[in-house]
Design a protein around this ligand. Structure first.
Ligand SMILES: [Zn+2]
Length: 250
């Protein structure tokens, strides 16, 4: 039986073996920056809102939402570009290995209450995606890509990424974006920055997974760390501080 203390020992061990140096990001008028919000929707963040929603209040998730709201406010005040991905699925098109979630037309697939105001902001692009990876989920029927067009239209040099889940939708999007940048598809984008407190993942501890046939353990602290670590390995900058200090009051 795994208890809480051996869980935190495991986290400490992993953090020792996979150390993650985190820097800070200073938001500046001199660099064109875009904010990407990954799936900060009820179905993943609001207690009891669906098959993949938290079943009880969760600190990592609520911190991620609070930090994302703060950043969204700054970006909207400055009229800097924001792209919000909203996981949204047609009921006839399941997304293995996950149970049905965030179906079209349900509140699960909508922004959390504290971010719903974004729908009325002129600097915000909302992309409903039926794919874990927001880069692939940005491909439209005509072959164009909403994310690539957003980067190019706004001449974005740096993207700041927040959302859920660190090791799933956030990581997949970051990994694809870095590959696309390396291929030259995303000019003028230079840097992908991940804000660790603005990211979260779900918690499915091993002792719970063991009680469910086919359950795959997903301990939150560990997987959050691994997601950030892997993103850094692909070339993302991971920061634990975003400084708003130099932002001039409008
Ligand atoms: Zn999904």
């Amino acid at each position: 039986m795994v208890n809480m203390s051996s869980q935190s020992q495991a986290v400490d061990l992993v953090k020792e073996e996979l150390p993650l140096d985190q820097g800070s990001l200073v938001l500046s008028e001199d660099v064109r920056i875009g904010l990407v919000l990954v799936d900060i929707i009820n179905g993943f963040c609001t207690v009891g809102a669906g098959n993949l929603a938290p079943t009880e209040p969760n600190r990592q998730i609520s911190t991620m939402v609070e930090e994302s709201v703060k950043l969204a406010r700054v970006f909207c005040e400055k009229k800097w570009p924001i792209l919000a991905f909203l996981d949204t699925h047609h009921p006839d098109k399941p997304e293995h290995p996950y149970p049905p979630h965030c179906l079209t037309g349900t509140d699960e697939s909508n922004l959390v209450p504290s971010l719903q105001w974004l729908e009325n902001e002129s600097n915000v692009t909302i992309r409903r995606k039926d794919c874990i990876d927001g880069f692939l989920g940005s491909i439209k029927e005509d072959g164009s890509n909403v994310f690539i067009d957003w980067v190019k239209t706004n001449k974005i040099e740096v993207i700041l990424v927040v959302g859920i889940c660190t090791d799933i939708c956030v990581f997949d999007f970051v990994a694809s974006t870095l590959s696309a940048r390396n291929l030259g598809l995303l000019a003028p984008l230079k840097d992908v920055v991940l804000y660790s407190k603005g990211c979260a993942t779900f918690d499915f501890p091993v002792q719970v997974a063991r009680t469910i046939k086919g359950g795959v353990a997903h301990p939150q602290e560990l997987m959050h760390h691994v997601g950030l670590y892997m993103a850094k390995g692909r070339g993302a900058n991971v920061v634990n501080e975003v400084s708003l200090g130099i932002i001039k009051e409008p």
